[in-house]
Design a binder for this molecule. Structure first.
Ligand SMILES: Cc1cc2nc3c(=O)[nH]c(=O)nc-3n(C[C@H](O)[C@H](O)[C@H](O)COP(=O)(O)OP(=O)(O)OC[C@H]3O[C@@H](n4cnc5c(N)ncnc54)[C@H](O)[C@@H]3O)c2cc1C
Length: 285
């Protein structure tokens, strides 16, 4: 079923957008990884959110979510990897699934991954972000997994069964104890990916190692990979006063639109994005 609004991100901007969209009678799907990456979840105490002095970030976030879900918003776990325009709206690739929506609100916060040199050019040519989608292509092959979190270690369990050999590079410190002993954990910082006669190489300061495939797991996606047609200014998304991006039917709210990076601003922009999305849908009939 095609939802009226797919909201990418479950921080204050995303939940505020969901609440107002439900008030306008729209169907709402909020998409974000299970593991909470909202900056608000990491904030011990907020003193400048009106009406709720000294509230913890976690408590405020839980209250936003409870209100949105009680009003009928739905949520689904998973990182959105790509948004593609279709005839009637948009198709969103969520991990290895597809979600369809008439409009999209980008509420992904300010965290953006820095891509490795060579990474973007090698996507689809050996570099993959989805074990379920592409794992089978590498049966009996040499694999490297580059992962920013323990979720990558879990994905690796499936890949390890297929691969002839697997190396695991933690991009940030995290628990890797779940990995079988056949997987070599390499604690060297990957500096670049490159194609050579030996294969697809991961270069670190210490050494360059060749593989047939490289899987990369992070908790965010670069804007260029998420949506090729989206205009950007540095790592932010320019919007007009209605939170409209340059792509008709796509709106943005919160930290991803730029400074100041504040909860009250994110909540306000989420509200405006929902109203603009409702107007857009009404105009289309
Ligand atoms: C330590 C700290 C202290 C702070 N103190 C204050 C304060 O006192 N007052 C104040 O007003 N603000 C404060 N802030 C800032 C505030 O937390 C942010 O401005 C606010 O959380 C922004 O909300 P957001 O919804 O735009 O983004 P976020 O809250 O960052 O939420 C982003 C969401 O998008 C999801 N996401 C990202 N990429 C994808 C993707 N590709 N697919 C699916 N989901 C995705 C994330 O998982 C997350 O759920 C503080 C921040 C920090 C880190």
């Amino acid at each position: 079923m095609m939802t009226d609004i797919a909201i990418i991100g479950k921080g204050p901007a995303g939940w505020s957008c969901a609440i107002t969209a439900r008030m306008r009678g729209l169907s709402v799907l909020v998409l974000a990884p299970q593991h909470d990456a909202s900056w608000l979840a990491r904030t011990e105490r907020i003193d400048n959110y009106p009406g709720l002095p000294e509230i913890s970030g976690r408590a405020l976030l839980d209250a936003f979510q409870a209100q949105a879900l009680a009003m009928g918003a739905e949520k689904r776990g998973g990182l959105v990897r790509q948004v593609l325009p279709t005839d009637g709206g948009f198709m969103l690739l969520v991990e290895s699934d597809v979600v369809e929506a008439k409009t999209v609100v980008l509420a992904m916060g300010a965290a953006r991954p820095a891509l490795l040199p060579g990474e973007e050019e090698l996507v689809g040519a050996g570099v993959s972000y989805c074990a379920t989608c592409d794992g089978m292509l590498y049966r009996g092959k040499r694999l490297a997994v580059l992962s920013a979190s323990a979720e990558g270690a879990e994905e690796s369990l499936f890949l390890e069964k297929l691969a002839s050999r697997m190396d695991y590079y933690p991009l940030k410190p995290h628990e890797t104890g779940a990995l079988p002993s056949s997987v070599q954990v390499i604690r060297e910082k990957p500096e670049a990916l490159e194609r050579t006669a030996e294969g697809l190489c991961v270069r670190t300061k210490e050494k360059t190692r060749a593989y047939d495939g490289v899987f990369i797991f992070r908790s965010a996606v670069s804007l260029s990979m998420l949506m090729g047609d989206l205009a950007t200014e540095g790592s932010f998304i320019p919007v007009d006063r209605g939170m409209r991006t340059n792509v008709p039917g796509v709106f943005a709210a919160g930290d991803c639109t730029g400074r100041p990076l504040q909860v009250a601003k994110a909540v306000g922009e989420g509200n405006v994005a929902a109203i603009s999305a409702a107007e857009y849908l009404a105009a289309r009939g």
